[in-house]
Design a protein around this ligand. Structure first.
Ligand code: SF4
Length: 388
């Protein structure tokens, strides 16, 4: 297929596909799926070899958010039966992080629900970062605390944070459909503040919220413009008790096409397979490792992932290897002074949800699989050991 040859050539040269090319990837048929995965896999291998970076989420503060992001189980008015708790103490957070590090995680992502941190919250998180770094030498720490105010990114950087995550989630044109309490430009501004402070930026998307192919290409091209070091690709987890509970539009094939499009658009960036992979990719998860070079290990913020051991087995069975602590994730031309990435390194988001859009192609929208969504009942905020 000429399209795929062109996209591989561009990806190897770190050249941006055109919008038409990106849309064409999303419009490929299921019959062409393995060719698409193989082509994007060549680009992935060029920049990241067979390495898979493991990231581990710690939910520092769960639920009770005043914002109304419709995909989020922690939103204002959410009736999802999630764990709700206020700030974990630094020692508690460090203990939770330790489980992920012991499981092979290279990065710990500290996430808190809310519009954004107060200065006192930044103090708390700074103490938590210091506690984690003192116990786990070399671990990368990414903070994900919402919209930042002036000076907060600098303070997090000074406390030892390597990265900051804030996702764009969806296109600017449809942002108002998923959230009314802040807007797309607020999110862009926070990512830019993180970059300006020397933090590695992590910013990604959620697919599966009813968006069109054009919306997906728009948000990915907006991300490319913002130039984060890592791009988490979430697939909507349609929690019961949230406005998007009924959105089960993704198929495993559609998820792979989306990941391939992101890889072609962001060839040398850490593309992270994030929330919703288990419930939407299901048995095709290993194919996604040919596209993404990074995953979350174990559970998510408010939902359960597959067992961490199963993640590690999947990586080995598919012929990939866990990236070691001594390896720089990004290619040399992107890995800058700041640590893990070009701007300075990062990615999570207070909730990973998704389900992709209207477009579809050859695959029919699947039946709802509410049986696959399990609210997290172990790990941080509970007395039960975490999954890692
Ligand atoms: S995504 Fe973040 S800001 Fe939005 S409702 Fe969830 S926790 Fe609040």
């Amino acid at each position: 297929m000429d399209l795929l040859k062109t996209l591989v050539d561009k990806g190897l040269r770190r050249e941006l596909p055109t919008r038409q090319e990106a849309l064409a990837v999303l419009a490929t048929s299921d019959d062409d799926l393995l060719d698409v995965v193989a082509a994007a896999g060549k680009v992935r291998r060029r920049w990241f070899g067979k390495r898979v970076k493991l990231n581990y989420l710690v939910n520092l503060k769960s639920g009770l958010c005043p914002e109304d992001c419709s995909y989020c189980s922690q939103r204002l008015g959410s009736e999802a039966g999630i764990l709700k708790y206020t700030w974990l103490k630094p020692d508690e957070a460090a203990a939770a992080a330790g489980a992920g590090v012991a499981g092979g995680a290279k990065r710990v992502c500290l996430v808190a629900s809310g519009r954004g941190p107060t200065d006192r919250d930044v103090d708390r998180v700074s103490q938590t970062i210091e506690a984690i770094k003192s116990r786990h030498e070399g671990v990368e720490v990414c903070a994900c605390l919402g919209l930042l105010s002036d000076g907060q990114a600098d303070r997090l950087r000074a406390a030892g944070a390597d990265a900051y995550n804030h996702n764009l989630n969806t296109s600017e044109a449809t942002y108002g459909d998923i959230c009314t309490t802040h807007d797309f430009s607020d999110r862009v501004s926070t990512v830019q503040q993180a970059q300006a402070a020397g933090l590695s930026a992590c910013s990604g998307l959620i697919a599966g919220m009813g968006e069109s192919d054009e919306d997906l290409v728009d948000v990915v091209f907006a991300l490319r413009e913002l130039d984060p070091d890592s791009v988490p690709v979430n697939f909507l987890i349609p929690f019961e008790g949230t406005p998007l509970a009924g959105e089960w539009q993704l198929t495993p094939q559609r998820c792979l096409r989306i990941l391939a499009m992101v890889r072609f658009a962001c060839p040398d960036v850490e593309v992270r397979l994030a929330g919703g992979r288990e419930i939407h990719l299901r048995t095709l998860q290993p194919l996604a490792l040919h596209l993404a070079n990074s995953i979350f290990l174990g559970d998510y913020l408010t939902s359960e992932g597959q067992a961490g051991k199963a993640d590690l087995e999947m990586i080995a069975d598919a012929g990939f290897e866990v990236e070691g602590a001594g390896t720089t994730t990004l290619p040399e031309h992107r890995a800058g002074a700041g640590g893990c990435g070009s701007h300075a390194a990062g990615g999570c988001e207070p909730c990973g949800g998704e389900s992709a859009g209207a477009a579809g192609t050859a695959s029919e929208a699947p039946d709802a699989r509410t049986d696959l969504v399990a609210v997290r009942r172990r790990g941080a905020g509970t007395d039960l050991p975490p999954n890692a």
